[in-house]
Design a protein around this ligand. Structure first.
Ligand code: URA
Length: 239
């Protein structure tokens, strides 16, 4: 038994908040009966109809790994008409990205219509590892690397321990390349961490999300996940 608004969201019809509005406005039927009470529990085999569309409980889920290019927004649509990650994928399913990368960040992002997996992976309690490579201004000192590793206060809260290593410092250009492995997903987290220690992030790339890296994917390219990769993602959210 699951709450009706959650099931509607998980089936990829819309967000949970919009699903709540639809329920309150009498747009949702369960087994042919209009339901307006939020939190009504439904069973797997109940027929759910939203705005006269019957939702398919047995739909085929799709899972993609995209190497997001720069200047693409990580959402389903954009009010300013900018290109979105969904625009880059050729599908008729209502897929959406799991989490976000900034407009100018490149790298690994998963898109799916599997709301259960997406919600669990995006939840703060999920400790999925993400590996980033940042090109930043100036020399990042050993002391600063330690601060990044041990946690730094951003938005009033300390970041969790991270694996951080200086990969390279180019004296001529006065720029550093730093690798970070973090398991939180706070807003603009990497940029803010560097801001606190006084370095501008000039380029940011997510090289790996959980078990998925960018092998054979140029920016803008994508591929379907294998069954094994999907199973590994599911095993991560069960912990
Ligand atoms: N941290 C950031 O600052 N930006 C991203 O896009 C991802 C992580």
């Amino acid at each position: 038994m699951e709450r009706l608004q959650k099931v509607i969201a998980n089936l990829g019809y819309t967000s949970r908040r919009k699903a709540e509005e639809l329920i309150i406005n009498g747009k949702v039927k369960v087994n042919g009966e209009v339901i307006t009470e939020l939190g009504t529990k439904v069973k797997l085999n109940d027929t759910i109809e939203v705005e006269n569309t019957i939702l398919d409980n047995n739909k085929n889920y799709e899972y993609y790994l995209l190497n997001k290019p720069r200047e693409v927004i990580s959402s389903v649509s954009d009010e300013h008409g900018r290109k979105t990650v969904v625009d880059l994928i050729d599908t008729n399913e209502r897929i959406y990205p799991i989490g976000r990368l900034d407009y100018d960040t490149t790298g690994a992002i998963i898109l799916t219509n599997d709301g259960t997996l997406a919600n669990k992976l995006m939840h703060p309690s999920s400790k999925v590892e993400k590996k980033y490579i940042a090109k930043v201004s100036g020399l990042v000192t050993g002391y600063e690397i330690k601060r990044l590793r041990d946690g730094i206060i951003i938005d009033g809260k300390k970041t969790a321990n991270a694996k951080v290593n200086l990969k390279k410092y180019d004296k001529k250009t006065d720029k550093s390349i730093v690798e970070l492995i973090i398991h939180e997903g706070r807003n603009h987290q990497v940029r803010k961490m560097f801001e606190v220690i006084g370095h501008d992030v000039l380029k940011l790339k997510r090289e790996k999300y959980a078990n998925l890296d960018l092998t054979n994917l140029k920016p803008g390219e994508y591929r379907k996940l294998t069954n094994k990769e999907i199973a590994i993602l599911y095993s991560l959210i069960k912990k």
